[in-house]
Write a protein that binds this ligand. Structure first.
Ligand code: SF4
Length: 224
């Protein structure tokens, strides 16, 4: 089956499994989404929500974060990991939003990625969710892992995964690919032990086919 056709079949199957999607991150103001996505690197959305609940209460504006002592911001984001770099980026990001963008969140990938601590993944989430714009595909660890396991890329790199899927899918499905794969990655296609036996994609997935063959061999009883 050709890649484009396979991708469409995968989307149709996953749409049945996951008919709705809402980002797990909690935010009210646009800048809070940007901050939450930035903090979500290398940690879970649940952990980010725990941290941002207190963070946004203590610092209710972009200005209050920009002016906060760095040690306080470090303490506030400590449990998200890489807290020194994240605190430094967070303050620099808020300063840049004030100095260069009148506290508005930019609406292009090129401008967003000039902000401290904002990479392509964060920028794509912000464009999709805040501005309803598509310049790329969100490739977090789940989405990149599944794109690779499903055989669309030989490499595991998120950059390669994004490039390939932008060719395979029409722009109108770029957000959908991320939304569906992230849910499937969380619920079924886990990093360490994918549940291929229960996966609706098992007949379309080269990795799943190999895993299931191996598991069948190890569980087969020796003949008497
Ligand atoms: S078959 Fe296995 S490896 Fe492939 S997507 Fe499903 S759970 Fe992941």
């Amino acid at each position: 089956m050709r890649q484009k056709q396979r991708a469409q079949t995968i989307i149709a199957l996953l749409e049945e499994e996951y008919p709705t999607f809402e980002t797990a991150l909690e935010w009210k103001e646009p800048w809070q989404l940007l901050v939450a996505v930035m903090l979500s690197a290398q940690t879970t959305d649940e952990n980010v929500n725990r941290v941002t609940k207190k963070l946004f209460k203590k610092y209710p504006s972009i200005k209050s974060i920009a002016q906060a002592p760095i040690t306080e911001v470090e303490q506030a984001v400590y449990s998200t990991g890489y807290y020194k770099a994240k605190a430094r980026n967070l303050k620099a990001l808020c300063t840049a939003l004030i100095d260069q963008h009148q506290e508005k969140i930019p609406d292009t990938l090129a401008t967003l990625t000039t902000l401290p601590g904002v990479g392509r993944k964060t920028a794509n989430v912000v464009l999709h969710v805040l501005h309803d714009k598509r310049e790329g595909i969100v490739m977090d660890t789940h989405i990149a892992r599944l794109t690779h396991r499903l055989g669309f890329t030989k490499e595991k790199s998120p950059t390669k995964g994004e490039q390939v899927m932008m060719r395979v899918l029409p722009e109108s499905q770029w957000k959908e690919w991320g939304d569906l794969l992230i849910q499937h990655g969380r619920k079924v296609c886990h990093a360490r032990k994918p549940q291929c036996e229960d996966c609706v994609l098992s007949t379309l997935c080269p990795t799943g086919t190999t895993i299931l063959k191996k598991r069948a061999k190890t569980t087969r009883r020796p003949e008497s």
